[in-house]
Design a protein around this ligand. Structure first.
Ligand SMILES: Nc1nc2c(ncn2[C@@H]2O[C@H](COP(=O)(O)OP(=O)(O)OP(=O)(O)O)[C@@H](O)[C@H]2O)c(=O)[nH]1
Ligand SMILES: [Mg+2]
Length: 139
């Protein structure tokens, strides 16, 4: 059993797709353990995306994630980290497999390389623990 962190990014909230994402988590049998609607800020994003700070596209991530409120939450269940990554699909929505959230709902990349891939999921159990501490202030 594992716990993972998910984010419904600003486009998902704005487009009214929160329920759609939560439905996929819940019907899979995962148990929601934390959830908040909140506005990110530059500081928390720099912690969350620490490994991408030096990338040339970091400012695009920042702009995207600050466009509006996000839903940040955690859920618990069998193989939660990997199962959620598979449910989301790969980073680039244009390459994501049909049936994944990113293929079915997300947009991009556009001519600027901007991707609105709508959801986030921790990429390992260690990342999940690190990210839960960042967003929910727990060890
Ligand atoms: N513009 C642009 N954005 C990128 C690129 N690569 C990644 N990103 C953005 O940066 C975010 C984090 O990148 P990664 O951690 O490598 O991808 P990921 O794990 O599938 O996505 P997250 O769940 O958001 O962490 C992605 O979700 C994209 O929004 C890129 O080449 N160009
Ligand atoms: Mg990532």
């Amino acid at each position: 059993m594992q716990e993972t962190l998910f984010i419904i990014k600003p486009d998902g909230v704005r487009r009214g797709l929160v329920g759609e994402v939560l439905r996929r988590i819940e019907r899979r049998g995962f148990q929601l353990t934390r959830m908040e609607l909140r506005q990110a800020n530059k500081d928390i994003l720099a912690q969350h995306y620490a490994d991408l700070l030096e990338k040339p596209f970091y400012h695009q991530i920042e702009t995207y994630m600050l466009e509006g409120p996000i839903v940040v939450g955690t859920f618990y269940g069998s193989d939660a980290v990997k199962t959620w990554r598979k449910t989301m699909g790969v980073t680039n929505p244009a390459e994501a497999e049909l049936g994944t959230i990113r293929a079915d709902f997300a947009q991009g990349p556009d001519s600027n390389g901007d991707m609105r891939n709508m959801v986030h999921g921790s990429d390992s159990v260690e990342s999940a623990q690190r990210e839960i501490a960042i967003w929910f202030g727990e060890d």
